[in-house]
Design a binder for this molecule. Structure first.
Ligand code: CA
Ligand code: CA
Ligand code: ZN
Length: 494
């Protein structure tokens, strides 16, 4: 008998890049009031961009916090404020070296604000969007301010006599306060080695600055509406595999649906697609291909149990048969009777998950002559259906099995006909890409404001800096062969 184990989640949610509108308005008002601003850290070099962090904190708090601390992980600061300044300056330096900008400085307004004890880490965004500036590659298209300045060759806000920073980045002040998120606080070391419970400030803010400098669309991922009626440069690269079109070529309703089209929204930029081949790991992947069902034709997102078969030996196909086994304790939980066996012999058995162990369900179907098993989730899926446990033994299973979402299961049932067939196909794809090697964006079935669309999908491996959850081992190189952040930046014009 196999046993099921539930894993401990290891990720920690970020909440971003969308910020409360009132908060942004206040921030802008504050900025207008600051007579003299403190410059924290600047990076420059012959080919580098100059990134300046502007300290937006009040005296005594945030970057100005005088509480004493011990130097940690290569950060020599002896007060909390000093360590924070050293760490954010280090982040600015990494970004500054990575980017090329002609002659203007990229200003990032940064500060610590109370964001509550809910696990919210940090947030960032461009200060404003620009379009139709000199040398703009696309007409009528929004760009993040820092990128617009680079392409235009001038600081556009200065040129308009309306000086402003290019981006802002906010860290949650509460994380360092006692009795906030239990066992969790910021880690300000520069060595990328936080202790358990330490949130790597450098990694998190490196990610945040990515959003501020260009890693996000301006289009609303919840409603599908363009920002002020105009597409963002990202929208020209966001390609929906189901619709076969990019976001700048869709209706509002189509974009809204595309934002939750799990694993089917991909980045079509040339640089990312090429660089993904030497960055993401090769991963055998079992894909399900459905034909003859009016609502669910093509490749279907599925989860694969670890008891399956070795990669390369899982190919199978057949017409489908829903078991709909009424016998207790549940669908396909006991050895099939003659009528049920006749139904599934030589076919792919479609079985509802639940009531008993799935290993037993697959074995019962196999013993009755099924060629494969597709299990349907009993509850709505958030993302790729997965088996949140390991099977300790694999008792003689010789047929492939896969799990599909409740939503896809309903479509299959509603639209299947006499000639509906399913093929199990083993492919070698790069982790986090589609069948054409294009990298997937994060578009879980349920939209997450501030996270959906403007991140890579979590299935990318090794973990990329711009995935939505801070897991602590993301690359901080920004570039191949360990990361794709700068590859995307090249695609959009950096
Ligand atoms: Ca400016
Ligand atoms: Ca990942
Ligand atoms: Zn993010």
């Amino acid at each position: 008998m196999a046993t099921e184990r539930t894993p401990t989640p290891t990720w920690f949610p970020r909440k971003e890049p969308t910020l409360n509108k009132r908060f942004v308005t206040n921030l802008k008002r504050q900025f207008a009031l600051w007579g003299s601003i403190a410059v924290l850290g600047a990076a420059s070099g012959s080919f580098a961009a100059s990134i300046v962090i502007i300290n937006g904190d009040d005296p005594g708090v945030g970057y100005n916090d005088p509480r004493p601390v011990t130097p940690v992980g290569g950060n020599p600061g002896t007060t909390l404020g000093e360590q924070r300044i050293v760490a954010i300056s280090y982040v600015a330096e990494i970004w500054g070296r990575a980017l090329t900008s002609t002659n203007q400085t990229i200003e990032v307004l940064s500060g610590f604000l109370p964001q509550g004890c809910t696990g919210r880490l940090a947030s960032a965004n461009t200060w404003q969007f620009s379009r139709d500036f000199p040398n703009a590659p696309f007409r009528n298209t929004w760009y993040h301010a820092a990128l617009a300045n680079k392409i235009a060759g001038v600081d556009l806000d200065q040129a308009r006599n309306d000086p402003a920073p290019e981006a802002f980045a906010i860290a949650n002040f509460d994380l360092d306060e006692p009795n906030c998120v239990e066992g969790v606080s910021w880690y300000y070391g520069l060595d990328g080695k936080p202790p358990p419970g330490g949130q790597d400030f450098v990694r998190v803010m490196l990610h945040e600055l990515g959003h501020g400098l260009g890693f996000a669309t301006a289009t609303d991922e919840i409603t599908g509406e363009y920002f002020r009626g105009v597409p963002h440069v990202w929208d020209r690269f966001l390609f929906d595999n189901t619709l076969g079109r990019t976001w700048n070529d869709m209706t509002v309703a189509e974009r809204k649906a595309s934002a939750v089209n799990n694993e089917q929204l991909v980045w079509t930029g040339f640089t990312v697609t090429v660089d993904a081949q030497r960055t993401l790991t090769r991963q055998p992947q079992l894909d399900l291909f459905v034909s003859g069902a009016s609502q669910l034709n093509g490749f279907v997102v599925s989860g694969i149990p670890n008891f399956g078969l070795p990669a390369g030996s899982r190919r199978a196909s057949g017409l489908i048969a829903f078991t709909d086994d009424p016998r207790p304790p549940g669908d396909a939980c006991t050895a099939f009777d003659t009528a049920l066996a006749r139904k599934v012999r030589g076919k792919v058995a479609i079985i509802n998950r639940g009531d008993c162990n799935i290993v037993d369900k697959v074995l019962n179907a196999q013993n009755a002559g099924a060629r494969g098993v597709v299990l349907i989730q009993p509850t709505p899926a958030f993302a790729r259906p997965f088996f949140p446990f390991q099977f300790d033994d694999t008792p003689g299973i010789r047929i492939p099995a896969a799990l599909i979402s409740q939503q896809d299961g309903a479509k299959l049932r509603a639209s299947a006909g006499n000639f509906t067939a399913i093929s199990f196909i083993d492919v070698q794809r790069r982790a986090g890409t589609d069948l054409f090697g294009r990298v997937q964006l994060f578009t879980p079935t349920v939209v997450i404001g501030g996270s959906s669309v403007s991140h890579w999908n979590t299935s990318a491996s090794p973990n990329l800096l711009m995935e939505p959850f801070a897991v602590g081992d993301e690359s901080i190189t920004l570039r191949p062969p360990t990361d794709l952040t700068l590859s995307l930046f090249k695609d959009i014009g950096w």
